[in-house]
Ligand binder design. Structure first.
Ligand SMILES: [Zn+2]
Length: 310
């Protein structure tokens, strides 16, 4: 049986905000079954609450942001949501004292690490999946992203197309069958990347003030500027995959199907999710309950301390 999950105890994640450069604290608290992912801006009076959904994602220029009708936002949610996807966490209160989740090292791994240390708890309710039944595709110029049915689990295939020599040399295509272990070991440490000339432009315009070599792979005209080099030989395409996982989890339901994309980003990933959800003939809800006639859990999520693998 695949059950919903939350965390065992409160986790405090402290880091720098990518946009502001200021210290930010995100407090993750256990939530009961059926709650979903609930983000709260605790620095505002009254507090502003966001229920995670595909429609709540409004601004995707630099990152995935939740924005309400009044323009209140919480930015940089996608690396945390990718970590929650891999941990199989469906229900969580995420309180943040700033307009953004801390960027940490620019990857999803710090969230995986801290949540795994605290422990993950199963809840007495079956987990909700979405099984893709018919292909759905979105396009923006030469960029595209699609979801199709597949025999089992979540298959992902993604291609980027940069002309920078370091990215070309690293490989621009990846093809995986998702599992929590694979995500933690092979994907979650991939950092966001940017170009030095863009960093200079953004800082001059008061954007990404917290962005630095501590939370991004920075590329100058020829090579990687970070002294330590890359964490994976193909870290760039792996980060784009990490982003796609986080973006697709904004519906708070785990997609079963085959995802493929060319030059995709946050905007296109969100368009794809909305397109899927808007076409009810293209998907069906699925649960995997304790019944021998039913299929076993279609995905292997991470099995943190104190919980058996599924
Ligand atoms: Zn990212």
């Amino acid at each position: 049986m695949t059950m919903q999950r939350t965390i065992s105890k409160t986790v405090r994640v402290v880091g720098i905000g990518l946009h502001s450069g200021h210290k930010v604290t995100a407090t993750l608290r256990p939530a009961p079954a059926g709650t979903g992912l609930v983000f709260t801006r605790t620095d505002l009076d009254p507090k502003v609450v966001f229920h995670c959904s595909a429609d709540a994602v409004r601004d995707t220029q630099l990152c995935t942001a939740l924005v309400n009708a009044d323009g209140v936002r919480i930015s940089t949610v996608e690396h945390l949501s990718a970590a929650l996807f891999a941990l199989g966490i469906d229900n969580l209160y995420i309180d943040v004292d700033a307009p953004e989740i801390p960027v940490m090292d620019g990857s999803a791994y710090p969230f995986i690490y801290q949540i795994t240390q605290a422990g993950v708890k199963e809840l007495a309710a079956p987990k909700h999946f979405i099984r893709v039944l018919k292909p759905v595709k979105v396009q923006d110029g030469d960029k595209w992203a699609m979801l199709e049915p597949c025999a089992s689990g979540l298959q992902m295939s993604l291609t980027i197309d940069f002309s920078h020599p370091a990215i070309v040399a690293s490989g621009q295509h990846i093809d995986i069958t998702f599992s929590g272990d694979l995500f933690r070991d092979e994907i979650s440490k991939a950092r966001t990347f940017c170009f030095l000339k863009d960093v200079e432009f953004m800082h001059a315009h008061n954007l990404a003030l917290g962005g630095s070599l501590d939370n991004a792979v920075v590329l100058d005209d020829y090579t990687v500027a970070n002294e330590e080099g890359l964490r994976y030989s193909n870290e760039f395409v792996k980060h784009k995959l990490l982003d796609a996982i986080g973006d697709l989890y904004m519906a708070n339901r785990t997609i079963l199907g085959r995802f493929s994309a060319y030059k995709t980003g946050h905007h296109l990933n969100n368009m794809l999710l909305r397109e899927l959800l808007a076409h009810q003939e293209c998907w069906e809800p699925a649960e995997f309950v304790e019944d021998r006639s039913q299929r076993k859990s279609p995905l292997r999520f991470l099995a943190p301390l104190g919980i058996a693998g599924v």
